[in-house]
Design a protein around this ligand. Sequence first.
Ligand code: WT7
Length: 668
Amino acid sequence: MELGGYSGAMSDDDELDVELEARLEEAEEFEPPEAFVEQANVTDESIYEEFEENWPDAWERAADLLDWDEDYDQVLDDSEAPFYEWFTGGSLNASANCVDRHLDERGDEPAIEWVGELGEERTYTYEELHREVNEFAAVLREQGVEEDDVVTMYMPMIPELPIAMLACARIGAPHAVVFAGFSADALATRMNAADSEHLITCDGYYRRGDALEHLDKAEEGLEQVDQAVDTIVVDRLEDDFDHELGPNQSDYHDLLADQEGAEVEPVERDAEDMLFLMYTSGTTGKPKGVKHTTGGYLAYTAWTSHAVLDIKSEDTYWCSADIGWITGHSYIVYGPLALGTTSVMYEGTPDYPEKDRMWEIVDDHDVTQLYTAPTAIRAFMKWGQEYPDKHDLSSLRLLGTVGEPINPRAWKWYYKHIGNESCPVVDTWWQTETGGMMITTLPAVKNMKPGSAGPPLPGIDARIVDESGNEVDAGRAGYLTVNNPWPGMLRTLYKNDERFISEYWNEYSDPDEDEWIYFPEDGAKIDEDGYITVLGRVDDVINVSGHRLGTMEIESAIVGVSGVAEAAVVGGDHEMKGEAVYTYVITEDGYEGDEDLRQEIIESVEDSIGPIARPEAVVFTHELPKTRSGKIMRRLLEDIANGDDLGNTSTLRNPEVVEEIAEKVQGD
Ligand code: WT7
């Protein structure tokens, strides 16, 4: 791991800035609104102590939110650490927990309220969800899907996606959802890595009112998949787009009709059996297949949905993320449905047809909790308060944010203009790997401090340390670590235990003492009250609009273009996206860094990852700034992208190139 990638927060000057900033932020604190506290799920501060004194058994509280087929014998088995196991000996089924067990009391209540891009709406009551999940589980069986077969889903935000996930869970087939915005290549890489022989996708979907083709992209991906694949296609666009099914392709609704009324007994899964795989970006070019299990993950997402999002079954809760990312898995599908609530799902973009789309949905559906991302909040702020002002948002009781640091200004705007100063805001830090929220305020218990996520949740031992692992003083920048396991944690990287250890457990652990410390690869600082402000990634991962992208993956897409000799990709600050992709490219002799090449580079990145990775800038240069030992100085390239002071560059092998590149960037 390269600590040099850290955007400067460890240097002396920045240290000072960080401290000043911290003091300013600490000046403001907001108490939990009284009306909220009166009705909250968790109100007693002693819960922190209880977890501390009674750890790990206190986690039974999370397991108690679920129905178990077989009780577990042990809360935590740490005998093979860091391959921890939770609720061992227990068995359950996630689909039964998210659907069947709510039928008696909530069968006629909505489980999913889906809002389409064109304004159409579809509601699935728990009864209806149960029916379709069962029928589709029968379809999967009929298609030869067996327990433990990985089923890939490459689908946008349509109800068939959570239905397919729950159907998989019902028969014990782990799902691997690939974000629909990812490219054909990205789909193929993931299907190959997971040896997946089943794909569920759709003909297309709507974006800004236009029908967008999707099946061609899926088919293009399949051409690069090594194994034979059976594909099920949902007809989302109906008459707006004709598609023909090829060999090994079947229509979702036809298959469903064949299984009308079918019931499939939920398969009893061991607590530690895999529920799903989720691929995410890391330091190297190869995406990591994060493995989550049935018992611990479901207990953890249900518990955090209850304690942090304050979800009750009669709520109408809305998380505006995409199910293609972990946020959607944990907090649109599994956590909320495990609690039997109504989960709103929106297909489209927040500014179509108008910039008040979100507020219209909140108003129409009487949404009680809204969980969104800082990048969206920055956009709302820019569009202006007249859009939320047009609507009655008084149904809202709690607001949440996730994905990247939120600056205090955006936080306050959200609190004031969306929450009317009467909804607590939970700024939740977590990751694909953690399965659920780790650091945030318990909304009825702790004061809020804009810009700081808050203290670690009860039972979570998060600390801020220096490079040698010693805890740093309040206000100083350091590295975030998690010193105790938790039920929602990833169990391993799919078929790669070694990489699991080297990615997360090598930096601060002491294997000889059997002491294991999880390293999330984020920088952070802590204040006197134990509130943690997460500063951002310290590895070669950048965060574009709350989406995690690996710079190595982007670099390898660029060096694949003929005429490119070398490339370096860094994240530069971006007003709306948080970070944007900056690429520095050296051309081969005989090639010119012209507009054509620039276009080819951009296309290659979009083809290998997707439009989200589209470079903000492509800077051609004849050299990259390197250390004497030949390492590219990424931090310097970040500073250049941000227009920051470049400081002393005299220790470089080629200091003269720095000014040259900086001039080019500023000229762009
Ligand atoms: C990375 C994880 C968690 C689901 C969405 C992203 C950053 C996430 C916060 C927050 C500051 C945050 C971190 C983390 N991050 N939430 N509240 N404050 N930073 O999941 O794609 O796995 O990315 O997102 O850098 O490591 P992910």
